[in-house]
Design a protein around this ligand. Structure first.
Ligand code: PPS
Length: 303
């Protein structure tokens, strides 16, 4: 079956997209409609896959990996905006792009993006032994970031009130499903595959060390000068001003940065400005239950 043409897909440019389920995971109807194609996506052995729960530091990691691949040559990373440089394999937005088509048209080596939970990962990534970089972020900041993103991004469901969103996040009633299942699923798989599992909070605390780890994983030797260049150009303040990294090129009908900028705060601990004391207690209790029996742990404040 051929992929649908962009014009056939659902979205008039002003309304929110419509949504359905892929194996119990909330996705846009556009993604549901081409799920068989996504599942059968053919990865190549030299693909690098950046995998995250939404709002965990994907764009930041993409920028770093591209800078590493180009040995700190900033001009090369300015060749196109984030959503063009890194095909997002399950993403379909009329008039903006279809991740599968972008990936299939892109020469190797490709840096690909997905938010899929491990059980929905197209099998060829594992069959081809691709390098996978997973980035996780503490769930309180992750939730706050996702809430604001759903406010500004018409390609996602309207978030409702903060109180409603809080409950929906805890119960996994958001696109790409439960944060808990996502981070745990990938954590449990990490030693069976060529995978580097990183944390947003570590990138924030010690970007140079984490970039070095990424360089080693990718197989690029980076001298100190190049490392410093990458730290600088992937910093929040520089990326916020970079039109190729701040999503300002996506039409306002989809992303309205005046509602909430894509590069919003880039901080650890912003959840404290959103959570009530009661929400925090409820969250901690729920977290304890859902994160029992795992060695995975998170930092909730900047250290
Ligand atoms: S997406 O839409 O899922 O791809 O979003 P994602 O890129 O994963 O997450 C966006 C959040 O990451 C913050 N961000 C950064 N933080 C620190 N340093 C850098 N360089 C950086 N780049 C992006 C971005 O601001 C979003 O977090 P919040 O908390 O909303 O500011």
């Amino acid at each position: 079956m051929a992929l649908k043409k962009m014009g056939d897909l659902k979205c008039d440019g002003t309304e929110r997209l419509t949504f359905g389920y892929v194996k119990g995971i909330l996705q846009s109807t556009n993604t549901c409609d081409i799920w068989d194609h996504i599942w059968n996506f053919q990865a190549k052995p030299d693909d690098i896959l950046i995998c995250t729960y939404p709002k965990a530091g994907t764009t930041w990691t993409q920028e770093i990996v591209d800078l590493i691949q180009n040995e700190g040559d900033v001009e090369k990373t300015q060749r196109a905006p984030t959503h063009v440089r890194f095909p997002f394999i399950e993403w379909v937005i009329p008039s903006i792009g279809c991740g599968l088509e972008q990936a299939n048209a892109m020469p190797s080596p490709r840096i690909l993006k997905t938010h899929l939970p491990i059980h929905l990962l197209p099998p060829s990534f594992i069959e081809k032994n691709c390098k996978i970089i997973y980035v996780a972020r503490n769930p309180k900041d992750n939730m706050v970031s996702y809430y604001h993103f759903q406010r500004m991004n018409k390609a996602l469901p309207a978030p409702g009130t903060w109180e409603e969103y809080f409950e929906n996040f805890l119960t996994g009633k958001v696109c790409w499903g439960s944060w808990y299942d996502h981070v745990r699923g990938w954590w449990e798989a990490k030693d069976q595959h060529r995978m580097l599992y990183l944390f947003y909070e570590d990138l924030k605390t010690n970007p140079k060390r984490e970039i070095q780890k990424l360089g080693e994983f990718i197989g690029k030797r980076l001298d100190d000068k190049v490392l410093d260049t990458i730290v600088h150009h992937s910093s929040f303040d520089v990326m916020k001003q970079n039109p190729m990294a701040n999503y300002s090129s996506v039409p306002i009908e989809f992303m309205n940065h005046s509602v909430s900028p894509f590069m919003r705060k880039g901080a650890v601990g912003d959840w404290k400005n959103h959570f009530t004391v009661a929400q925090n207690e409820r969250f901690d209790e729920d977290y304890k239950e859902k994160m029992a029996n795992t060695s995975l742990s998170f930092h909730f404040r900047f250290e």
